[in-house]
Design a protein around this ligand. Structure first.
Ligand SMILES: [Zn+2]
Length: 630
């Protein structure tokens, strides 16, 4: 009966598949002009679209069957036909939901489908003792198609993380301490209680700072993730390591990876016999971007969550995923990152451990409840918020339209801004709690480890009119919290300017490892307690968006030089909020720092001739999830 419909079904499904593949790949082509990424996306879209078409078309056949059976007085056959037609109709509804734009029917349809099979089974059991053969056959086809989609995904999920670059293992240094590098994405230093925030947001980090050595004048290497973390891991400034620089003006987030020629922290620890492991949650921190250098194991759940999240754009896989708890695919929250870190701590105690833990909770999307884990739905994130509240606010329980705010397409009211600040602070509280759980486990270890805590950059929350990070060099973005804790570190405060670049030599020195000597005023030095407080300037450069800039920090002076030639100069000890521009009042200081900034700006502003980069699907979706990709 269905066979006579075979050709039209196949044709319709094939057209639907091709259409899906083209739409999915076409949506990405605008910002990622790379066939290496687009081809698999187009292929996936075509296969899933085809499967959806095949599944949806039996509705027609079953409706015919129902009609025929009903006319011939066969109540059981008619019931069967109606039941399966109903199931097909729900599937078609999902499809229409997708085709006609997301009308909010997705959740309802998914709920209907969860209840549907149970209702269907009950009905079938009631009306029909012996199911007809044709139904069994089609049930097999449905199950088979489902398995085709689910099995590779499950296999990918269950497979262990791919081994990173092969790292020679030397014999471990006797008595070498474990070293834990904790970095938090987008964490403003001024939210820390130990830097004076009155809100009590960070009791666990405050305790760490009270027991450890605190640096009050930390400077990030850049206003965004990749250059800053590359500096932390190599001890080199952005100008020297060249990571995160633009490759192509038409694809602003295609950036140079960390060059393998620069030796990274984990490589030195691995060479000294350490077990090296990374648990990170930011799509830029991927093997494709070179951040797995030296790590024997490199885990980034966001890459898997991003790749699987792409499947939510297709109706059939959305149905399948609707019954899978997101944490089964990968927990990208602080809770999941801490859980993984604790598991890593419990493994193999025969060698000292170098563990890098990177949390991303304060980063957008902004969540009313930061403990909530939900599916990353990439295309949804590209749309501005839809619901305008009666009071004119637009920020709902989840806000990710950072691109629209940045571009000026969306103007947020003071009430919206206040709400986002509340969300941000909640994320800070949440990440502090989860870091607290990690610190408790570290304190309970028989041999106390070395802990290095910092953030890659902060976040603008309209302090100077701007929002987010990656473009401006205000202190809300470029002030880095920094705390050292553990054996050999006494409580104290260092007030001289220090930078991300100093983390590399200092971390090695705290573990008793050799520190390579590289000359230059923009290379890291060993900080107190193992070296003198640094005297030289510190630098930040390498924007992600907008007008390129370069920041020079020299003593109390912060000078930013912008690509349009403008400078701003602040004396941050007297003017910590950077209110009064002193460029004109201090011409000598301005000229001196400007001369330092100019070559750095030039080196990082234009498209780079650097190493090419091929991002995988998971990275791309992860970047979209973070709102980086337009
Ligand atoms: Zn970041």
């Amino acid at each position: 009966m269905l066979l006579d419909l075979g050709a039209p079904i196949a044709l319709a499904a094939a057209l639907l598949g091709l259409w899906h593949g083209a739409v999915l790949a076409g949506g990405m082509a605008a910002f990622i002009p790379s066939w290496a990424v687009l081809a698999p996306i187009a292929g996936l879209g075509t296969v899933v679209g085809f499967a959806t078409g095949v599944l949806a078309t039996p509705v027609v056949a079953l409706a015919r069957r129902f009609h025929r059976a009903w006319r011939s007085g066969d109540a059981a056959g008619a019931s069967w036909g109606a039941a399966l037609a109903w199931a097909g109709a729900v599937m078609a509804w999902m499809l229409a939901d997708k085709l006609l734009g997301n009308m909010g029917a997705g959740t309802l349809a998914a709920a209907a489908l969860r209840v549907g099979p149970a209702l269907l089974a009950a009905w079938v059991g009631w009306v029909l003792p012996t199911p007809p053969r044709g139904v069994l056959r089609w049930g097999g086809v449905l199950a088979g198609l489902g398995a085709v989609l689910v099995v590779p995904w499950t296999a990918a999920r269950l497979s262990p993380p791919p081994p990173a670059s092969s790292v020679p293992a030397a014999s471990p240094t006797a008595g070498a301490p474990d070293v834990i590098l904790i970095t938090v994405d987008t964490l403003r230093a001024d939210r820390m209680g130990f830097y004076g925030h009155p809100g009590g947001l960070t009791p666990n980090l405050d305790a760490l700072a009270a027991e450890g050595l605190r640096f009050d004048h930390g400077v990030t290497a850049s206003p965004w993730t990749v250059p800053s973390l590359a500096s932390i891991h190599t001890g080199l400034s952005t100008v020297r390591h060249g990571a995160g620089l633009p490759l192509d003006p038409s694809a602003p987030f295609l950036r140079t990876p960390l060059d393998g020629a620069h030796e990274a922290l984990a490589e030195r620890f691995a060479a000294a016999g350490y077990r090296t492991h990374a648990v990170v949650s930011n799509a830029f921190l991927s093997p494709a971007m070179g951040f797995d250098q030296g790590f024997q194991a490199f885990e980034n759940p966001l890459l898997m969550v991003g790749a699987v999240g792409a499947l939510l754009e297709l109706p059939l896989t959305r149905v399948l995923l609707s019954v899978v708890p997101p944490e089964d695919v990968g927990d990208i929250r602080a809770q999941g990152i801490t859980d993984r870190a604790l598991a890593v701590l419990a493994e193999d105690a025969s060698r000292p451990l170098f563990l890098w833990v990177h949390y991303a909770d304060p980063h957008s999307p902004y969540l009313e409840d930061p403990t909530q884990l939900e599916w990353v739905r990439p295309l949804d994130l590209l749309e501005p918020p839809k619901a305008l509240q009666p009071d004119g606010t637009v920020v709902g329980p989840r806000f990710s339209a950072i691109h629209d705010v940045r571009s000026g397409a969306l103007w947020l009211t003071p009430a919206d801004r206040a709400r986002l600040e509340t969300y941000y602070d909640r994320a800070v509280v949440y990440v502090d709690q989860e870091i607290g759980r990690l610190l408790d486990a570290l304190r309970a270890r028989p041999n106390p480890p070395v802990v290095v805590f910092t953030a890659d950059h902060g976040e603008e929350l309209w302090d100077h009119g701007g929002f987010e990070h990656g473009h401006a060099y205000w202190r809300e973005v470029t002030r880095a919290p920094l705390v050292l804790w553990g054996p050999g570190v006494s409580p104290g405060v260092v007030s001289a300017p220090v930078g991300h670049v100093d983390v590399f030599p200092t971390t090695l020195a705290l573990a008793g490892l050799d520190v390579p000597s590289v000359a230059g005023d923009d290379v890291g030095v060993t900080l107190p307690p193992l070296g003198p407080a640094p005297q030289g300037p510190r630098f930040a450069e390498g924007n992600l968006y907008d007008l390129p800039g370069a920041l020079v920090v020299d003593g109390p002076w912060h000078l930013t030089l912008h690509a349009n030639g403008q400078t701003s100069l602040y004396q941050v000890l007297e003017d910590p909020d950077e209110v009064q521009d002193r460029s004109w009042a201090e011409p000598d200081v301005t000229a001196r720092l400007r001369a330092m900034a100019a070559p750095r700006l030039e080196a990082t502003a234009g498209p780079s001739g650097g190493v090419g980069l091929e991002l995988d699907v998971g990275s791309v979706e992860g970047l979209r999830a973070l709102g980086y990709v337009e």
